[in-house]
Design a binder for this molecule. Structure first.
Ligand code: GLC
Length: 554
C-alpha cells in the first residue's frame, strides 16, 4: 500500500475555484492554471468535487452520467490535460464518486420511469398508493424521503433531494456498473477516490417507520456496507490507492473497519461529530455556542480510538458543506490571523491525513449574506422555507443561514484584491455564480504568498513539517490537559524510550490561559505569534495568548 501518512490533500470545489473562460463558473482549465500555486503550497493530492454531467440541482452531487463532463466545467480533453499536468508536478487527483444515488436525469432512472423493470431494480421503488408513503423517513435536505410516481404507481427513495434517487446496492448489477465507472477513471490516470455518503449505501431488508428519529438509524452503516465496500475496492484493484469515504452520522467501530488496512475497504474516513458541537440538540438549524469541552472529548475519542483499532482518520475542519472554521471557532475580526493559524495547526499536527479546503490556507471567512436572494444552495433554500413555516421570522432564518449555510464555504476563491477577487479572467463580462465575499480582503493568495507571516505561509510550513517529522505522520497520540477549559492539547510520541516527543498546545479561546508543563525545556518548532520559535526553550509556567498555538519538541 502506498504510504499516504505524510501526505496532505487539498479539496477543490471547481465551480468556485477559478473561472478560465469568464462565464461566471469555475472550470477544469481554471484548476489546471493554478497547479503551480498548489505545487508551491506543497499538497500531494487534489480531491475534486463532481464535475460530471449533471443538472446541477445539488451542484454536481446529482450525477446524470459518470463518464461525461458537465459542459460548464469543460471537456474530457480538459480532464485529461488536468490529470497529465498534475501528474507532471507529482500531484495525484482524487475524483468524487457519488454512488449512493444518481440524478433522476440519469439514463437508468429515466428507463426505470419508462417502465423497464431491469432499471426499476437499480433503485428503491415500493408499490403503493399516493396516500401510503412507505415510511416516515425524512430527506436530509428537508421534507419526506419518498416521492410518488403516479405513472408507475410506485414510490422511490431519496435520502437527499427529490432529484437524487437512491441506488439499490443489493442488486449485483448495480454494483458491477459502479465498478466499471471506477475502472474507467482509474484507467484515465486518477490516483484516488472520495466516496460520497458511502456509509448510507446499504438499506435494510424491511422498511419500517422510525418513531425515534428521521430514519437514519435504519440505513447508516447498514447491514452490508462493509461487504459492499470491500467488494468494490477489491474488484477494481484500488486497495493501494488513496481512498476516503464520507461517513454520515457514523460510529467509531465502523470507521475502524472502514479504514483498517486489514479489512481492505478504504484508506481513511471522514466523520463529522466534531462539527456538530454547535448544533442545539443535534439540530443543525438551531444555533448554539460551540461546546469546546465536547470538541476536545470527541477528538480524544476518535484520535485514540482509531489508533487503538488500527484505523486512520481524515482530519479536517472545512469542506464544501461546512461554514468556514475561522468564523465558526475562531475570531475572524480581532484575531483573524492568529485563530486561522491555530485552527490549521490543531488539525495538521494530529494523527491522520489532513485535508485543506480551498481558501482555508488564506483564512477565508463566512459569506455574511444578508438576503435570501444571495443564497444558491438547495439545502439552504429548502431550510429557509422550512424555518419560516416553523414560525421563525425572516431575520431569524437569515441569521441561522448566515451561520449554517453550505454557501459559506462556496464563495469564490480569493486570488487577488481586484474585482471579484481575481476569480474571473480580467475581460469577463459575466458575474460569478455566487457573490464573492468582500469581508477580509486580505484573504487573498497574491498578498499572502509574498508575506512570510501570512496564513498561507503558515499552512506551507504545516504541510512541510508533516513530511519532515515522522512524529507527525507516524507517531502515536495522547491527549493532555483535558481538564483545562479551552485548551486543546496533545502529545505525539513513539513507544521507544528516549525518543523525542512533540507537544501541541492550542488555546481555543480569545483570552489568555495559564498552563503548567510537567517540565521546562524543549524547542518551539512552531508558533502563531511572532518570535515564538526564537525562544531558546519553553518555560514550565506558560501563558498562552488568545488563540495561540505552540508545538514544542521535547
Ligand atoms: C455529500 C456531499 C454533499 C451532497 C450530499 C449528497 O454530503 O458532500 O455536498 O449534497 O452528499 O450527495
Amino acid at each position: 500500500m502506498e504510504n499516504f501518512k505524510d501526505k496532505t490533500v487539498y479539496q477543490i470545489y471547481p465551480r468556485s475555484f477559478c473561472d478560465s473562460n469568464g462565464d461566471g463558473f469555475g472550470d477544469l482549465r481554471g484548476i489546471t492554471g493554478k497547479l503551480d500555486y498548489l505545487k508551491d503550497l506543497g499538497v500531494d493530492y487534489l480531491w475534486i468535487t463532481p464535475f460530471f454531467r449533471s443538472p446541477q440541482r445539488d451542484n454536481g452531487y446529482d450525477v446524470a452520467d459518470y463518464r461525461a463532463i458537465e459542459p460548464v466545467f469543460g471537456t474530457m480533453e480538459d480532464v485529461e490535460e488536468l490529470i497529465a499536468e498534475a501528474d507532471s508536478r507529482g500531484i495525484g487527483l482524487m475524483f468524487d464518486m457519488v454512488f449512493n444515488h444518481t440524478s433522476t436525469e440519469h439514463e437508468w432512472f429515466q428507463r426505470a420511469l419508462a417502465g423497464e423493470e431491469k432499471y426499476q431494480n437499480y433503485y428503491i421503488f415500493k408499490d403503493g398508493t399516493p396516500d401510503q408513503i412507505p415510511t416516515n423517513w425524512e430527506s436530509k435536505f428537508g421534507g419526506p424521503a419518498w416521492e410518488y410516481v403516479p405513472s408507475l404507481g410506485k414510490w422511490y427513495l431519496h435520502l437527499f433531494d427529490v432529484t437524487q434517487a437512491d441506488l439499490n446496492w443489493e442488486n449485483p448489477e448495480v454494483r458491477e456498473e459502479l465498478k466499471e465507472i471506477i475502472r474507467f477513471w482509474k484507467q484515465k490516470g486518477v490516483k484516488g477516490f472520495r466516496f460520497d455518503v458511502v456509509n448510507l449505501i446499504s438499506k435494510p431488508e424491511v422498511f419500517e417507520n422510525d418513531y425515534e428519529g428521521d430514519g437514519r438509524r435504519f440505513y447508516t452503516d447498514g447491514r452490508h456496507v462493509h461487504e459492499f465496500l470491500h467488494e468494490l475496492v477489491h474488484d477494481t484493484g484500488i486497495a493501494g490507492m488513496v481512498t476516503v469515504g464520507e461517513m454520515s452520522s457514523t460510529s467509531l467501530e465502523n470507521c475502524i473497519r472502514y479504514s483498517n488496512p486489514e479489512c481492505e475497504e478504504l484508506s481513511m474516513a471522514f466523520s463529522f461529530h466534531h462539527l456538530k458541537i454547535d448544533y442545539k440538540d443535534g439540530n443543525k438549524w438551531e444555533l448554539m455556542k460551540p461546546d469546546l469541552g465536547k470538541l476536545k472529548e470527541l477528538f480524544e475519542t476518535w484520535q485514540t480510538g482509531m489508533q487503538q483499532g488500527g484505523g486512520w482518520n481524515a482530519v479536517f475542519w472545512d469542506n464544501h458543506d461546512q461554514p468556514r472554521i475561522v468564523s465558526r471557532l475562531g475570531d475572524d475580526q480581532k484575531y483573524w490571523k492568529e485563530s486561522a493559524k491555530m485552527l490549521g495547526a490543531a488539525i495538521h499536527l494530529m494523527r491522520g491525513t489532513p485535508y485543506v479546503y480551498q481558501g482555508d490556507e488564506l483564512g477565508m471567512t463566512n459569506a455574511y449574506f444578508t438576503d435570501i436572494a444571495q443564497y444558491r444552495d438547495v439545502e439552504s433554500r429548502n431550510y429557509y422555507r422550512i424555518l419560516l413555516e416553523n414560525g421563525k421570522s425572516e431575520k431569524e432564518a437569515l441569521q441561522i443561514l448566515g451561520e449554517r449555510s453550505r454557501d459559506n464555504g462556496r464563495t469564490p476563491m480569493r486570488w487577488n484584491a481586484e474585482k471579484y477577487a481575481g476569480f474571473l479572467p480580467e475581460n469577463a463580462s459575466a458575474e460569478p455564480w455566487i457573490e464573492v465575499t468582500s469581508y477580509r480582503k486580505e484573504a487573498n493568495a497574491e498578498a499572502q504568498i509574498k508575506d512570510s507571516d501570512s496564513i498561507y505561509s503558515f499552512y506551507r510550513t504545516l504541510i512541510r513539517m508533516r513530511k519532515e517529522y515522522p512524529l507527525i505522520s507516524e507517531g502515536n497520540i495522547r491527549f493532555l490537559y483535558q481538564e483545562t477549559d479551552g485548551v486543546l492539547a496533545y502529545e505525539r510520541y513513539f513507544e521507544k524510550e528516549g525518543e523525542k516527543k512533540l507537544i501541541v498546545l492550542c488555546n481555543l479561546l480569545g483570552e489568555e490561559v495559564r498552563l503548567t508543563l510537567p517540565e521546562a525545556g524543549g524547542k518551539v518548532l512552531l508558533g502563531n505569534y511572532p518570535g515564538a520559535e526564537d525562544a531558546a526553550a519553553a518555560d514550565r509556567e506558560l501563558t498562552l495568548r488568545p488563540y495561540e498555538v505552540l508545538a514544542i519538541e521535547k
